[in-house]
Design a binder for this molecule. Structure first.
Ligand SMILES: Cc1ncc(COP(=O)(O)O)c(C=O)c1O
Length: 341
């Protein structure tokens, strides 16, 4: 591991390295479906990072909470949607680090499923001991956080704010580190020319991976599937800006402008709203590979991965790797998408 990544405070929270597993049955099915040869398919199991059902945020939180502890903070505050996987992993990381955790969750997703407002990640947040504060969609976030920080200070506490998705340069260091881990695994197994495809939302995962590629000076290509914003170009620009800041932290050159590969074709009606392709992808991968995805991120991400493979986008590649970023508890919040209730 390059020294640059060890220069920042870091708590060891994740079970690493996560496994890289070949998906033989899915490859065979996509070969038949497309009528063409397809690259070897793999899944990088970052759903197995270990913290309260795992996921990508655990790697970011290693650096973020490392910073919180270094600053002497005792209360972690973060935010997201009601079914935020990031919030759940932050609650777990704070518990493991012996810090208090306050989650400010905004009720922004217009999904009317009956379990959405009580089960899934929300249930786990409470079991993990976080204080959960729910705010309506239109709430003034600036005011909510200003009042909360005052309240913590008045009680003698010191707050550490983790931005949505843990997506700032410090959090992205976790995915620069992940890129090196994956690229080494791919090289050791002789995968050859490869691409890494994943669901992209607040952008820290993709930005970190890109910064990691800059640090390593080569390795698998990186392709995001947008599950978050309707304005794909603006989202790609934001990811590029964050990748540049992360690269600067690591003292490596910035990625070229316009180089972020982000596919906006699988979002559907919007963030957190199910699509038929997501449902098919979740069931297909569960039934062919025994792997559980989620309805908000990895289900749409996998729908994109499958669509891109079938379209021949990766015909020149020897291997295509799907980064499983976690999110499985979300299945319980969206149960009627899969089982008639
Ligand atoms: C399961 C899962 N996958 C992917 C993502 C996207 O990661 P990022 O926000 O770093 O783009 C998230 C973010 O919350 C997530 O929870």
């Amino acid at each position: 591991m390059p020294e640059a990544l060890d220069e920042f405070p870091r708590l060891k929270l994740a079970h690493l390295p996560t496994p890289l597993v070949e998906m033989h049955r899915l490859r065979e099915a996509l070969r038949t479906q497309s009528g063409r040869d397809v690259p070897r398919l793999f899944i990088k199991r970052d759903d197995c990072t270990g913290l309260a059902t795992g996921g990508n945020k655990t790697r970011k939180l290693e650096y973020l909470l490392g910073e919180a502890v270094a600053q002497g903070c005792d209360t972690v505050v973060t935010t997201g949607a009601l079914q935020s996987n990031h919030a759940r992993q932050t609650a777990a990381a704070a518990a493991a680090a012996g810090l208090a955790c306050i989650l400010v969750l905004f009720d922004t997703v217009p999904y009317a499923g009956h379990a959405y407002r009580k089960s899934g990640n929300l249930l786990l947040d409470r079991i993990l001991g976080a204080e959960v504060r729910v705010e309506p969609a239109g709430a003034d976030a600036g005011k909510v956080f200003a009042e909360l920080f005052k309240e913590i200070e008045a009680k003698g506490g010191k707050a550490f704010f983790v931005p949505v998705g843990g997506s700032n340069p410090t959090g992205s260091l976790g995915y620069a580190r992940a890129y090196l881990e994956l690229a080494d695994q791919a090289e050791a197994r002789g995968l050859g020319k490869a691409v890494l495809v994943h669901a992209s939302s607040s952008g820290g995962t993709q930005a970190g991976l890109i910064a990691g590629a800059q640090l390593r000076g080569g390795g698998p290509a990186i392709a995001g599937i947008n599950v978050y914003r309707k304005d794909n170009a603006a989202m790609a620009e934001g990811i590029h800006a964050l990748a540049c800041k992360t690269a600067a932290l690591l003292d490596v050159s910035a990625p070229p402008a316009g180089s972020v590969d982000l596919d906006g074709g699988y979002l559907g009606e919007g963030y957190g709203l199910p699509t038929p392709e997501m449902r098919t992808a979740v069931e297909r991968v569960a039934r062919m590979e025994g792997v559980l995805l989620d309805p908000v991120y990895t289900g749409k991400g996998m729908a994109g991965f499958i669509g891109q493979i079938v379209s021949g986008k990766y015909a020149e590649m020897e291997a295509a790797i799907f980064l499983h970023t976690g999110g499985m508890p979300g299945l319980f919040a969206y149960e009627e998408e899969f089982v008639p209730c």
